[in-house]
Design a protein. Sequence first.
Length: 168
Amino acid sequence: MRALRTIPATPDHLSMRHRQILTLALLAAAAAAQTHDTTPPAITALTVSPASLDCSEASCTTTITWSATDDLSGVAGLTVAATSPASSGQQPTRNQAGLSSNQRQTATCSVTTATLITGAACGLNLPKYAAAGAWTFTATITDAAGNVRIYAAADLAAAGLTNQVTVN
């Protein structure tokens, strides 16, 4: 059996071989610390409450509750845009308040940057006399490194996430 030789921790006592190993280990650690974040964050949950609104008497608000993850730099924020049913290729019309039925409303959800966001919430406001029907969502999520992922309504549905709010 071979005896193990201990090496003193001071640099003066290191052999050239040990200095090279130490240098390589430090370079590898520095390279790992400089990993660039190129992956956008992902939404893991998105719900609205209430899911059905009545905006005939006043403007109305639904609460968007969401969760997301990011691998390195952290989730920086989420923007959810709700597009009225009249915006899907139809000619806009004027309602009794003189507002166009072709509308888009946006909710910006700000958070403290973190790699895991759970149960964050923000409000989406729709105007009085908002067009009746399904207002579909587009969600844009960003991380602290500037990576962006955009979810169309179909992408949200495919991921099992809420993709609309209904105005009665």
